[in-house]
Design a protein around this ligand. Sequence first.
Ligand code: 4AD
Ligand code: MG
Length: 439
Amino acid sequence: MSVTPPGTATPWIRIVEAPKHVGEIVELRGWVTHRRSSGKVQFLVLRDGSGTLQAVAGVKDISPEQWEASAAITQESAVILRGMIKADTRQAGGVELGMQSLEVVSAAPDYPITPKEHGVDYLMDHRHLWLRASRQQSILRIRAEIISAFRDFMNQEGFLLVDAPIFTPSACEGTSNLFETQYFDDKAYLSQSGQLYMEAAAMALGRVYCLGPAFRAEKSKTRRHLIEFWMMEPEWAFATLQDVIALEEKLLIYTVGRVLEQRAEDLKIIERDTSKLQKVLGPFPRIHYDDAVKMLHEAGIAFEHGNDFGSPDETELSNRYDTPIFITNYPAAVKAFYMEPDPNDPKLCLSCDCLAPEGYGEIIGGGQRMSSLEMLTSRIDAHGLPQSAFEWYKDLRRYGSVPHSGFGIGVERTLAWIAGLDHVRESIAFPRMLYRLTP
Ligand code: 4AD
Ligand code: MG
């Protein structure tokens, strides 16, 4: 579909649509990424966010003033080009533009990011410009596809989107990494998770999910940690731990399939080895915590039963498989206050973490929620949380309480795995990290 603003005779199209307009005179609006010339012919490579395309002008095709302007054009100058779309099998998209006019909207002298190598810190300082690089654009397209896939999948499964608040009166995932903020005369915290609100919504609507930002004041400087990240959190009334594990498996297979199908071009641009993603078909192994510890011991790792897995432990476990794996029944002591105890071993709980393959670590955390009001009250005390802030949450156990389960899947970690990124900093447009709040 092309857009023709009032007063413009030539239809403005996006580069992605160009193959459908061969033989037509069109207008393209975008930014110049490269320019080269062979005396009597000039070549401009244009990008417009939908793709890139080569525009060609012979000395007689455009006016002498435009020829001069084109010869002087710099990287990232904004232009409007008009001309004919021509088939050219040598070009990536199979087409090029035969330029008939060039209008410089705005020149960009000394663009700070050049085709030469730049260090990561420099690129992060220029993140607002770095986003224009084709690799970064592709990553953002894959991110958008993952988020669409998450929503489409949940909607298909009959879950209703319910938005959770960002300002919260209490901790969901422990008090050690809360961002505190002033809320008029009170204190508030930026949400660590929408889960507790989704539990309330599930008792109203049965199957719900939220998708939004979460905040953790974690002093961790790792390849997997962001201070602000995005998470989808489904919550399912009457569901058990096994039910949500099956749902997670289906969600991941669907999401990887969607990205392989819809974003093949972007996966190619970022040089992702897709043969690894093709193997992400069910069923994924379900491994009991006790068995995972045995596997670590057999591998000669000195791991103490009862501890949480560190990232080398997770890598050791996940490297044995081509698919994501589920680790279930963690010790209650290393998990949040709301986990249902394991009826077979009260030291363990009905939790499940999903570890991605290729060493990407935990991408999903979830489980069955505690049903007993009495035990919930004592867990809130044991975790040093104020009862008063949780009275509303305890009402969910007082009035029509049912077994229920849910999980949280991190967008950035899922994207880092699917796109094969070295670090989560590239998985969000403007990452918030331990030492980075700008741009
Ligand atoms: O395991 P977490 O902390 O679980 C919860 O927040 C639960 N309340 C979710 C639920 O049951 N509704 O976080 C869930 C996921 C992790 O597996 C990870 O993918 C992501 O959120 N995550 C982070 N991603 C980037 N940076 C961080 N600092 C993250 N912390 C968690
Ligand atoms: Mg977790």
